[in-house]
Write a protein that binds this ligand. Structure first.
Ligand code: PEP
Ligand code: MN
Length: 367
């Protein structure tokens, strides 16, 4: 396999043919054969930019496979020499960083169990000071956007410029469909807060099983993520870690071929015209919504004054119960989701209470 000239695959975090950036490889490096054979098969796919393999594995329980250690870095070096793929691994302390750098690893990522800990992230940042390498920061296990951003900032302070985030979902106590809750609003808010930061989705750790990989990957593409990191193993059933979520290189190829890439920045004037017209309608409705809420709050204030004059409590729970039932029934018929109706009306109700409180307690002059 001819070596890809460095950077053509990673420039501006765009993958092959300007498409999203693809990282694939086994959850863990297990043996030289497994690492090499998986890499040979993945290297045949032009879309794959970087080969991933965990060398040190943060396992939940101490008796699980904890990685092969530095020995595996030699295999990654061979992957790079033999296939031309760039290589990446997870680092969780400064020793990992020094070892990975010694073996010429191209990309480091900080795992979800590490990005929760500012001391460890700082230790890694110090070890990276002045080094020119790609670094991806996974979201912390808990859905705390500031903690995620803090970890990214610590790495950026080491002078790392090729930096990105990986969305791998969030732990929850309840048993859910997925292994980790995607909470898509967090990466969306991360994009709003740091628009220039590339965000890669890791459907493998969100899903926890092969069956959801495609739908999560497609969702990430629909949300204009910059890439995907998907675990792939030559024989997933024999994998020493995360067996249920890994794909064979062939299955990965098939999954990628089914992905639909949408255009984030249309330039065709006809298309832009139509979109512009529809967006104007949205803006008008948003203004209506604001006007309506303003009017609703004015009524709430009038009620507040009336309750004050007559010394009645603000909250009358039977009335609130009636409202929520009524709007839920009407809203569902209109095709709105239960979640939307619940969230919006609880927020509106809270705002009404706040307005009434203001009238009751702030000695506002009665009209
Ligand atoms: C991994 O990528 O193999 C890994 C351990 O992921 P996470 O940190 O997301 O659990
Ligand atoms: Mn894994």
């Amino acid at each position: 396999m001819a070596a890809q000239p460095e950077n053509t695959r990673i420039k501006d975090w765009k993958g092959y043919k300007g498409r999203p950036f693809m990282i694939a490889g086994p959850c863990s490096a297990e043996t030289e054969d497994q690492v090499m054979e998986t890499a040979r098969q993945l290297a045949k796919m032009d879309q794959i930019s970087i080969y991933r393999a965990g060398i040190w594995k943060p396992r939940t329980r101490p008796n699980s496979f904890e990685g092969v250690g530095s020995e595996g870095l030699k295999w990654l070096r061979t992957v790079k020499q033999e296939t031309g793929l760039l290589v990446g691994t997870e680092v969780a302390n400064e020793k990992h960083v020094y070892e990975a750098l010694k073996y010429g690893v191209d990309l480091l990522w900080i795992g979800a169990r590490t990005s929760v800990n500012p001391f460890t992230v700082q230790e890694i940042s110090d070890a990276l000071n002045g080094v020119d390498i790609m670094v991806l920061v996974k979201n912390p296990v808990n859905p705390d956007l500031d903690l995620w951003i803090g970890a990214i900032e610590r790495i950026a302070r080491a002078g790392i410029t090729r930096i990105g985030a990986i969305h791998r979902g969030f732990s929850s106590y309840e048993k859910t469909l997925y292994r980790n809750q995607p909470n898509w609003q967090l990466p969306i808010e991360l994009r709003r807060r740091i628009p220039e930061l590339p965000i890669i989705c890791d459907p493998s750790h969100i899903s926890g099983s092969r069956q959801f990989l495609h739908e999560i990957s497609q969702k990430a593409m629909d949300l204009n993520f910059d890439g995907l990191m998907i675990e792939s193993h030559i024989d997933p059933s024999k994998a020493l870690s995360d067996a249920a979520q890994q794909l064979t290189p062939n299955d990965l190829k098939e999954l990628l071929s089914r992905l639909i890439y949408r255009n984030p920045d249309p330039s065709d004037p006809k298309l832009l015209d139509v979109l512009g017209e529809l967006r104007q309608q949205i803006d008008i409705y948003d203004d209506h919504l604001l006007d309506l809420m303003e009017k609703r709050m004015k009524v709430a204030e009038t009620i507040g004054r009336y309750k004050k004059e007559n010394n009645i409590t603000i909250l009358q729970s039977t009335r609130w119960d009636e409202i929520i039932k009524k709007v839920m029934a009407k809203g569902l018929v209109k095709g709105l989701s239960q979640e939307l109706i619940d969230t919006i009306f609880k927020a509106i109700h809270q705002e009404s209470i706040n307005h009434q409180m203001k009238v009751m307690n702030n000695g506002e002059k009665e009209h």
